[in-house]
Ligand binder design. Structure first.
Ligand SMILES: Nc1ncnc2c1ncn2[C@@H]1O[C@H](COP(=O)(O)OP(=O)(O)OP(=O)(O)O)[C@@H](O)[C@H]1O
Length: 354
């Protein structure tokens, strides 16, 4: 439905996002994820029509929304937007805020749409209140209702939950996902919160240094990172040095690890193997001895930082009912289903800035 093709956006002649391509299918919920300043908001603003593009093209269905020298008016794009700061008009009631985008409709029709939208965002009965009479979470629901009122084909959400406290943030984001899914509304979220992106999205695009490093499912982003940068940014993990023994296995300090794929490098190539905390388990037999350096209790599990005999560090997420003190030596092994390795010389994909 939405096609973003090789777009570039510049500020003062300097590209801040470059050669970004992805598409969003009807009903899909996608997220642009990345650290502060990587260009997420710029990309979202380009789709909304608030930011011109200097290269590439953006299409919604058959309609060109943007190309160099052309930008369809934001109001004509059939794209709704929800902002981080709610952006409700303080002097207008909830009903007037929601009606703002479709004032030409008859009064009866307006009432019908407002009740329907308030029911959709689970906020019945607040039509006549003003924004300051609502909580942050309620205001963001009103902002969502207002964005949905003109029945956009695509909804853009720019860090919409970041002003809310942690608990509400989690529950509202899941609720909004359910609402969008129930009504088949396509959406793109911008966030720097991985957990939120994982829970909210069908597809995630990881932006870094203005380049899209990977566009994929949350599962693949975690288990099949396309490059070292994605592997480092997504989830926790450590790299341990390894040597390719044949196309399927890699020799490491934690033993000869069998991969689930054919590796492209010749025998004896030096690589770094990605080990997630859940890849490290306690060994009942002849494991490798590792010393507990740090521990963080998480309730059901404890995250340990362990030092291997060579000094390499790995993290291990172990059931918390067995409690190992700092300094203790424990026997561990790697139990890896997706063995990800990167050649020592691998460069960042597409990165145009250092
Ligand atoms: N109007 C502007 N003029 C010049 N530079 C800008 C402008 N807006 C953003 N930038 C720069 O462009 C880069 C990308 O900014 P953008 O707001 O898209 O990043 P972001 O990933 O959304 O960051 P955050 O998560 O902090 O909001 C940053 O280096 C920023 O300083």
């Amino acid at each position: 439905m939405l096609q973003v093709k090789n777009i570039q956006c510049q500020y003062d002649g300097e590209p801040v996002i470059d050669d970004i391509s992805f598409h969003v299918n009807e009903g899909d919920i996608c997220t642009l994820l990345g650290p502060s300043g990587c260009g997420k908001t710029t990309a979202l603003r380009a789709i909304a029509g608030f930011q011109p593009i200097d290269q590439g093209e953006i299409l919604l269905g058959e309609t060109t929304l943007s190309k160099p020298g052309f930008s369809l008016d934001p109001e004509l794009r059939e794209v709704g937007m929800v902002f981080q700061d709610y952006a409700l008009f303080p002097h207008l009631t909830v009903k007037q805020n929601i009606c703002f985008g479709f004032r030409k409709t008859s009064r009866t029709e307006q009432n019908r749409i407002v009740s329907q939208l308030l029911e959709l965002v689970r906020l019945n009965g607040v039509e006549d209140r003003y924004p300051h009479e609502l909580s942050g979470g309620q205001q963001q629901r009103v902002a969502l209702a207002r964005a949905l009122a003109p029945a956009p084909k695509l909804l853009l959400l720019d860090e919409p939950f970041s002003n809310l406290d942690a608990e509400l943030r989690k529950s509202l984001s899941l609720e909004v996902r359910d609402i969008l899914k129930d009504y088949g509304i396509s959406a793109i979220l911008v966030t720097h919160d991985q957990e939120e992106a994982f829970a909210f999205s069908d597809q995630i695009g990881l932006l870094y240094h203005g380049a899209l490093q990977q566009w994929d499912t949350p599962f693949n982003l975690y288990h099949e990172p396309a490059n070292r940068l994605v592997a480092e940014f997504i989830g926790r993990g450590s790299f341990v040095p390894g040597t390719v023994t044949d196309h399927h296995s890699i020799q490491t300090e934690l033993g000869d690890l069998l991969g689930n794929r054919a590796y492209p490098w010749p025998e004896n190539s030096r690589v770094d193997v990605l080990l997630r905390p859940d890849d490290i388990v306690l060994s009942d037999f002849e494991g490798v001895e590792a010393t507990v350096e740090k521990k963080v209790f998480n309730g059901g599990a404890t995250l340990y930082t362990l030092a291997l005999p060579t000094g390499s560090k790995v993290e291990a997420l172990l059931p918390s009912h067995r409690d190992f003190p700092l300094g203790e030596t424990i026997a561990i092994e790697a139990d890896v289903e997706h063995l990800i390795a990167f050649h020592r010389d691998e460069e960042l994909v597409n990165s145009h800035k250092s």
